[in-house]
Design a protein around this ligand. Structure first.
Ligand code: MG
Length: 277
């Protein structure tokens, strides 16, 4: 990370079977850093990844954990399947998270991150208590690996996340701030949320989206190409400068159509280069 410049542009990408090919796919955009997502069923080969990163002179800023069985179709499905909230998969996902932390440590990455799912507002909710304890254990485990542990924003409003952070009270607990998620989940204005959470923000996603349709309860909003949604990416970058953020600007674009994705990522790089100044 020390080799990167202030607000260096990167990409959120997912591990493929061949680490070299995966990294070269990101470098093809002219980028030299990114956040690596690990699919739930991915077999992690730290030695192969380490070799590939060294050979390609590429920096992974964060390793993101995904879990087998997660489904982001709509809000009720997310509540049922994503992160640490569903009790049935909690223990296996905790074990998997330790493996992710160890993998990240073995390839020299100082931060792990994930979606815990919707943190309940009620502090006496058994799911709240179980997830808080698990966040503490994973944060402590990551600390032993010399890592920060970041939760991704958006599934709950910023004030709830802030209270949760204060309750967890772990010095290496951080936020991966995704402005689009706050809009897609209808959780509040991302610029206001950044104001509230900035002291915990270690990394950001540069992603855009529109609010959920009002006539379809439980539906998510629609992710959009950067600059085409309701985030107001110029306001977002201005806010990052205002709060003194110096970390990477990691583009995230989650659509099936790979040709469209390539076009959108290229466009996003150009846009961020201009806004970053
Ligand atoms: Mg994100």
């Amino acid at each position: 990370m020390s080799l990167l410049s202030v607000m260096e542009i990167g990409l959120m990408f997912w591990a493929g079977p061949d680490p070299v090919a995966t990294i070269q796919g990101v470098k093809a955009y002219g980028l030299r850093c990114g956040q690596l997502g690990i699919p739930g069923d991915y077999k992690m080969d730290a030695a192969a990844w380490k070799r590939a990163l060294d050979a390609e002179k590429f920096t992974i800023v964060t390793v993101f954990a995904g879990y087998a069985g997660e489904d982001y179709a709509d809000i009720p499905t997310i509540q049922r399947t994503v992160g640490w909230i569903p009790p049935a998969t909690r223990a296996e996902r905790e074990k998997r998270t330790y493996e992710i932390s160890d993998f990240a440590a073995a390839i020299g990455v100082k931060s792990i991150a994930l979606h815990v799912g919707f943190v309940p507002e009620d502090k006496t909710d058994p799911n709240y208590i179980a997830v808080r304890e698990m966040v503490r254990r994973v944060a402590d485990y990551a600390a032993k690996n010399g890592q920060t542990f970041a939760l991704e924003t958006g599934q709950e409003p910023a004030p709830i996340l802030l209270k949760f952070f204060e309750d967890v009270a772990r010095p290496n607990l951080r936020i991966n701030f995704d402005p689009a998620n706050l809009i897609l989940y209808g959780s509040g204005d991302p610029i206001e949320a950044m104001g509230l959470l900035s002291k915990y923000v270690i990394t950001v996603h540069c992603k855009d989206g529109n609010w959920p349709p009002k006539d379809k309860p439980g539906a998510l909003g629609t992710e959009m190409a950067l600059g085409k949604g309701a985030v107001g990416i110029d306001r977002f970058i201005a806010k990052l400068k205002e709060v003194g953020y110096r970390g990477p600007l990691t583009i995230e674009r989650e659509i099936e159509d790979q040709n469209q994705k390539r076009e959108d990522v290229k466009m996003a790089i150009g846009l961020l280069e201009r806004l970053r100044g």
